[in-house]
Design a protein around this ligand. Structure first.
Ligand code: GYE
Length: 318
């Protein structure tokens, strides 16, 4: 905690489009990076932000980080990117909240000669508008989740889906993977789908309404762990048993879900690695040095089940 406080003081923090930090100090020779973060919607995102801040804080002599929190609004992210362009940073990191609507601002970055790294979510733009994407294979995560759900339900039952932010690559592709895989299990019915915006509060709200509308729900799949944690609260408040009567599968691998698995209230989490700080700054350094990077730097991820959660929880870093 102490370390993080030092880091927070050392990097410039921008909330939304508000801009603090001034022109870059070109004489410093440091790698100057602007990072346009989505917000603070989930435990996963908090872990990613910490990973980035921590790495920058450990490398203050070589890295200058300007960090913007867009509070889940694309317009704020666009303003943050524009302010980074104005500052003349060396590299921009962007976690695009949604997939579309980025062409104009990315062309501005390109014209200014500033490479852009997509971090953890993708955007739908042509290859010349970004340098690389560092992140997960969301389709694969969704498929893994569906296989786990089919196993938990013995290939039969009713499933509801709590979906992430509408238009976010992490949500769109996880659902695609989940549904494609589920198509191989015709006795499992997807009876309802709705967005819970990747947050615990909305996940709970949506699950409450599902529980009112459907008397037989055997499984809940969520695009992230936070929403399933909200759903678990809703299920308990409705007098049902999460993890046994209603099985859960979600994506991320945050501590809270491991705790729920240890308590027998959740079943499976498919890992999505948020500890991207080291890879991000490594890529930024290489881009500054003029290197060309592969278009996708993929994260490696596992699947964690309730049966081993008590053992696994000890080695979890987020
Ligand atoms: O799964 C979710 C977060 O973009 C991969 O965003 C990320 C997702 C992550 O809010 O919890």
């Amino acid at each position: 905690m102490k370390k993080l406080t030092v880091v927070l003081m050392a990097v410039s923090l921008l909330t939304g489009f508000a801009f603090a930090g001034g022109k870059k100090d070109a004489s410093s020779g440091k790698l100057i990076v602007g990072f346009a973060q989505i917000g603070q919607e989930s435990g996963w995102r908090g872990a990613e932000t910490n990973s980035i801040m921590f790495y920058a804080g450990q490398n203050l002599d070589t890295i200058q980080l300007h960090f913007a929190d867009a509070q889940q609004k694309q317009e704020n992210q666009i303003k943050a990117v524009r302010s980074f362009i104005q500052m003349g940073v060396d590299v921009i990191g962007l976690a695009p909240v949604v997939e579309t609507g980025w062409e104009t601002v990315l062309k501005e970055a390109k014209d200014a000669g500033i490479p852009v790294i997509f971090v953890d979510r993708m955007a739908k733009v042509s290859d010349d508008l970004y340098a690389t994407f560092i992140g997960s294979d969301f389709i694969d995560e969704g498929m893994k989740a569906a296989k786990e759900m089919a196993r938990l339900l013995g290939d039969n039952g009713n499933v509801v889906m709590l979906e992430g932010t509408v238009g976010a690559s992490a949500a769109i592709d996880r659902q695609k993977g989940f549904l494609d895989e589920m198509a191989k299990h015709p006795n499992i019915k997807i009876i309802a789908r709705q967005s819970g915006d990747f947050t615990r509060a909305k996940g709970k709200e949506v699950m409450e309404s599902f529980l009112k509308s459907y008397s037989k729900i055997d499984g809940v799949y969520a695009d992230n762990d936070d929403m399933v944690l909200g759903a678990i609260e809703a299920i308990k408040e409705a007098g049902k048993k999460p993890g046994t009567e209603i099985k859960t599968v979600s994506v991320d691998g945050v501590k809270g879900v491991f705790e729920a698995m240890v308590a027998g209230e959740a079943n499976v989490t498919v890992e999505c690695n948020p500890l991207l700080g080291p890879q991000f700054f490594d890529a930024a350094k290489r881009l500054k040095a003029g290197e060309k990077l592969p278009k996708w730097i993929k994260s490696e991820e596992g699947v964690f089940r309730r049966e081993t959660a008590a053992k696994d929880i000890g080695s979890r870093q987020y």
